[in-house]
Design a protein around this ligand. Structure first.
Ligand SMILES: *[C@@H]1O[C@H](CO)[C@@H](O)[C@H](O)[C@H]1NC(C)=O
Ligand SMILES: *[C@@H]1O[C@H](CO)[C@@H](O)[C@H](O)[C@H]1NC(C)=O
Length: 799
């Protein structure tokens, strides 16, 4: 008889696991190819003595009796336009799986005339015993054709949907990224238009005009920014955790939520089963099977995206101008969705085996590598997600990254063997290889950046050192009273363009954990405009906290003095990050908490340089900044640190009329009135002071643990506390106020000053998470809906 569904040997299970075809993506079988495969489904159930006996494809592709039967049935039942595609797909399966050739119908022309076909016997279901030897051609009955065609069609239709829905997810991200690129170009145009003024237009160009009413697009943009782009989805939480979770901005939330909905809906719609399916009798088995295949394919589809959005060198970061933090949010949500899909795939296959009555095979399959590694891959993915929760990231701290990478490599290897049973073009090349290429690209660019910045071969060795090979030299100094490490680096290659908003990764390659690298914001650099022989110095200010930074402190102390010169054993990688266009704003407010000063100070120095460049350009020259007034508010709990910066980097800038700086000493200490009397009260507890600005890229743990002080005094930074009126210490020509600054009223005051004009205010925050979140919240509230009035920037890396 023609069996109602095939026996399931391991080989047949494999075959059904993916109706795969070499030359279409993901083994898609198109509608017009289905009729050809119906022939394999039906005639593959019999034995064909003679040529190819005992070999599934050997018989179907070469045995004349089988071939005449198949072609005669095709000519009888397939639509004329389905015959050639059907023969083609049969040929490609013969080649791909049987490693043999299909003898074409032209070889049997005499046996395939209408008259010859009419002489063939017609067998229906049950007319021939299962597995019986067939020694003459026969035609399948219409009933057998119809039910087999229907079964084949729904299977192939589902397969096509698995692929299309997987590609639809790429379509989603293509749209999101396209929007980002367009937005970035628009911002760049605005920036280049607004980024300068002419000095001869002093009276007009730089004067504040009354606001002209914006056009409808300007207003719409302002409203969107105020309500959709700026605020957190759950104000004021953004940098701060809410119940241990990162809360993205509303725009990010919209993208992520849309992706979850798309992922879940596309994983579950258009799943059909019917009772007489020749492959699987019950609907339940079919439904589980289709769900499992759908989620498995979509999970694979997410893998390249996961890698794409996690790298330091992500071309979409460059194209959209979105931060690492934004892409990291995407990365994590894609990974979670992919893991959910992998779990559904595993659950689905388990349910499928038992619903279809293959329970015995379920257990024996664990002897198969592809099966067992598939199970292992789901487990590895789940652990990747679990270890990425902030609780475990804090526990793993500096080991988070190494654990994450090792598990990711395991995942790719396991998945490779899981889908190695199919053609490489089906899963392994499009998804796994793509992920490897993306990963390799990121690592390659990192190496190129390192080579470029750390090594420089001089043309002549005539210069001072005599050596033609210049390498990076670093000097680390621990300022104990200020509780700050300064890392001064002279990069091997001086042809760099240091600027605000940049960060670099520092490596100590000769230490035991030489691969460890930590991101630090570029706080200061000596810009010798004259390009003399002076070396370029890049400076990083680091609050020692734990791990590597603590080790550096120890190394400094071990040297007896406080200064440690590590040359040449420090390597730089960078620069990363981009400068925010603060020079396009008429008013600029910089807010720093703790060592967050390192993130905003470069903007102040950049402003000064731009004004100088404008002055140098002469009376008719162009001043490359629109800013007329810059305010810096900085709070730290360590007076020595404040004085250290005020007396060095800021010296000479504090009395300018266009720069207002206010220092705030928080915590219990009273400001001393003498610079020299620096208390050596750097008690052990201050080890854990507020936020190191280290943008916590993939060393997230650094950023994680840094919220201590400000968060424990939650809200205090922002409220007008009674401390504010305590006497301020005046020394060295500047005042250090005691108590926390009232940042919110500063924002409101500056907002008022530009209200009703066409001036714009740029606010940049770098500091503890609650500070950033609260300022973000207040800025969003104070944005005007009639025009672009305020913009908010923060120097921090969301995790
Ligand atoms: C089918 O033919 C083969 C040899 O051609 C023979 O060994 C086998 O026993 C036959 N099977 C049946 C069911 O007749
Ligand atoms: C094809 O037709 C020829 C001549 O009628 C006949 O001898 C031969 O057996 C047929 N072949 C098959 C596979 O039926």
């Amino acid at each position: 008889m023609i069996p109602s569904y095939p026996r399931l040997t391991a080989a047949a299970a494999l075959l059904l696991a993916g109706a795969v075809q070499a030359d279409s993506p993901l083994g898609i079988v198109y509608n017009n190819q289905e009729c050809g495969l119906v022939m394999f489904d039906v005639y593959g159930e019999f034995e064909w003595p003679g040529i190819g006996y005992g070999d599934y494809y050997g018989a179907l592709c070469q045995n004349p009796n089988a071939l005449v039967s198949m072609y005669a049935s095709m000519y009888t039942y397939c639509l004329p336009e389905e015959i050639q595609p059907g023969v083609d797909v049969m040929a490609s399966w013969c080649e791909g799986y049987g490693e043999t050739e299909l003898i074409p119908p032209s070889e049997f022309a005499a046996n395939l005339t209408k008259e010859a076909i009419a002489t063939l016997p017609v067998y229906g279901e049950g007319d021939l015993p299962e597995d019986s030897n067939v020694t003459a051609p026969f035609l399948m009955s219409k009933a057998v054709f119809d039910i087999t065609r229907r079964s084949e069609h729904w299977y192939d239709w589902e397969q096509r949907l698995h692929a299309y829905y997987t590609f639809a997810c790429y379509g989603f991200w293509a749209i999101v990224l396209f929007f980002g690129v367009v937005q970035n170009i628009a911002y760049k145009i605005i920036e280049s238009r607004n980024g300068y003024v002419y000095t001869d237009a002093e009276g007009t160009g730089r004067a504040i005009n009354n606001a002209k009413p914006s056009n409808i697009f300007g207003r719409a943009a302002a409203v969107v920014r105020k309500y959709a782009i700026m605020p957190s989805a759950l104000p004021p939480y953004h940098q701060q955790r809410f119940l241990g979770c990162t809360i993205p901005t509303r725009a990010e939330t919209f993208v992520v939520a849309a992706y979850w909905i798309i992922g879940i809906v596309l994983g579950a719609v258009n799943i059909h089963g019917f009772n007489d399916n020749i492959f699987w009798s019950g609907s339940a088995a079919q439904i589980w099977r289709y769900i499992a295949d759908r989620t498995g394919t979509m999970s694979y589809g997410n893998i390249p995206l996961m890698w794409m959005f996690s790298g330091r060198n992500n071309i979409f970061m460059w194209m959209t101008g979105w931060s690492f933090g934004t892409f990291n949010i995407f990365h994590r949500h894609i990974a979670r969705l992919a893991t959910l899909q992998a779990i559904m795939h595993s659950v689905g296959y388990t349910a499928y085996y038992f619903c279809a009555g293959y329970g015995d095979y379920y257990y024996t399959n664990y002897e198969e590598l592809w099966w067992t590694l598939g199970v292992a891959a789901t487990v590895v993915m789940s652990f990747l997600i679990i270890f990425s929760f902030s609780y475990f990231r804090n526990k793993l701290y500096e080991n988070f990254l190494i654990v994450h990478i090792v598990l990711s490599v395991l995942l790719l290897v396991f998945l490779y063997y899981h889908t190695n049973i199919f053609d490489l073009e089906d899963y392994n090349y499009p998804f796994l290889l793509t992920a490897c290429v993306i990963w390799g690209f990121d690592r390659f660019v990192r190496i190129v950046r390192q080579l470029y910045i750390n090594l420089h071969v001089r043309r002549s060795s005539s210069s001072t050192s005599g050596s033609r090979l210049q390498t990076t030299k670093a000097t680390v100094t621990f300022h104990e009273s200020a509780n700050i490490l300064t890392v001064d680096v002279v990069p091997g290659n001086a042809k760099l363009f240091p600027g605000p908003g940049q960060h670099y990764f520092l490596y100590q390659p000769l230490s035991i954990v030489g691969w460890e690298n930590h991101p630090f914001t570029l706080a200061y650099w000596n810009q010798t405009a004259s390009k003399t022989t002076d070396d370029l110095h890049l400076q990083f200010w680091v609050r020692p906290y734990d791990g590597w930074t603590k080790k550096l402190v120890k190394q400094c102390k071990a040297k007896g003095g406080s200064t440690l010169t590590t040359a040449p054993a420090m390597l730089l990688e960078g620069p990363y990050g981009k400068a925010e266009p603060l020079h396009t704003f008429d008013q600029v407010l910089l807010v720093a908490g703790g060592s967050g000063i390192a993130g905003v100070l470069p903007y102040l120095l950049d402003y000064v340089r731009r004004v100088e460049r404008g002055a140098a350009a002469g009376a008719s020259g162009r001043v490359p900044t629109r800013t007329r007034n810059l305010t810096l508010v900085w709070a730290d709990r360590n007076e020595s640190f404040i004085r250290f910066i005020a007396d060095s980097t800021l010296a000479g800038l504090l009395n300018r009329p266009d720069i207002n700086v206010s220092f705030h000493l928080t915590g219990s200490a009273q400001p001393s009135s003498s610079v020299a009397a620096v208390s050596s009260t750097a008690s052990p507890s201050t080890d854990a002071v507020d936020s190191p600005v280290t943008p916590a890229e993939d060393d997230a743990a650094v950023g994680e643990k840094t919220v201590q002080q400000f968060n424990s005094e939650k809200g205090g930074v922002l409220e007008n506390t009674t401390d504010l009126n305590k006497p301020a210490a005046v020394s060295g020509g500047y005042r250090i106020q005691s108590g926390r600054p009232d940042v919110l009223s500063t924002v409101r005051k500056l907002t008022q000053s530009i209200h009703g004009t066409d001036a714009r205010l740029g606010v940049m925050v770098c500091g503890p998470n609650d500070l950033a979140d609260n300022v973000r919240h207040v800025v969003a509230q104070n944005m005007e809906t009639t025009r672009e009035s305020i913009e908010y920037f923060e120097e921090s890396f969301g995790w």
